[in-house]
Design a protein. Structure first.
Length: 273
């Protein structure tokens, strides 16, 4: 028999975060080593699960964000930075890059993504001219061989991250709604979607069978999961029901009046009547 259900994006993030928390390598790094969690909506869910906290202002831990009809960013002066965790404790650091440089084998770098393709590549948009978190960290991670984990919902599935990277770039973009962005493919990350999460948490195999929705289910993914007995099905649906209770994140992008490179959304464009 199979069970079916749909997860809205906040529910997916919650389920994925629960799975990331119980990965053996994450549990080991949390107890004995270091974990870096970047800014982002999916990353917030992971940080809250790992640290057993609830953030009062989640928007402060987001940089780039697609909201209010634009792919934009939050106000820089309101951000609180990434999460640097050492032996289970959130620590303060003046420079998060120094924290990454101090990582050793067994430590973990966690960063969400803007895109995922069927080959398992993830794509990350980069509005910062220097590449932002991923652009500055990737050389260190690759040089040192630090494991990267990418929690990402299947709402972000695209045909090919490689084709997207060929097209994108700040200098390539003219008129637009939102920020100019570059693009980086990240191969060989440990990708955790809803599919992997269900396997980790229940041992069951899931297949995505549909996507989309309205009335709060925009961006939803519908999954079908094969189960062997009633107990497995009820346990899974309990996890799903808990996830579906998660409120959708409402995050504001920075004020258009404060933008140093205004887009056509605010300034108007020739095709506008």
């Amino acid at each position: 028999m199979i069970t079916t259900f749909a997860l809205h994006p906040a529910a997916s993030k919650h389920l994925i975060a629960k799975a990331v928390k119980v990965l053996p390598e994450v549990e080991n790094a949390f107890r004995r080593g270091k974990i870096f969690i970047g800014a982002g909506t999916g990353n917030i869910a992971v940080a809250q699960e790992l640290l057993n906290i609830r953030l009062d202002k989640p928007g402060a831990y987001v940089a780039g964000v697609t909201t209010q009809q634009c792919a934009c960013s939050t106000a820089v002066n309101e951000r609180r930075g990434p999460f640097c965790i050492e032996r289970g404790r959130l620590i303060k650091t003046d420079n998060w890059l120094d924290f990454i440089r101090s990582m050793a084998p067994g430590d973990i770098f966690i960063k969400g993504a803007n895109a995922l393709d069927p080959e398992g590549n993830v794509g990350i948009l980069m509005a910062d001219p220097t590449g932002g978190t991923i652009g500055n960290a990737m050389g260190i991670l690759k040089a040192q061989g630090i494991q990267m984990i990418t929690p990402v919902g299947r709402e972000k599935l695209i045909p090919s991250c490689r084709e997207a990277e060929k097209l994108m770039g700040r200098y390539h973009i003219g008129h637009r709604f939102g920020l100019k962005t570059g693009y980086m493919i990240v191969p060989n990350s440990t990708v955790i979607t809803e599919i992997e999460s269900i396997k980790i948490l229940t041992g069951l195999d899931a297949v995505q069978v549909a996507g989309g929705g309205v009335g709060g289910m925009e961006g939803a993914v519908m999954l079908a999961v094969e189960y062997e007995n009633e107990e497995q099905s009820l346990y899974l649906l309990g996890l799903v029901k808990e996830a579906l209770r998660q409120p959708q994140l409402k995050i504001q992008h920075k004020k258009c009046s404060e933008c140093t490179d205004p887009c056509d959304f605010i300034s108007g464009f020739k095709g506008e009547e």
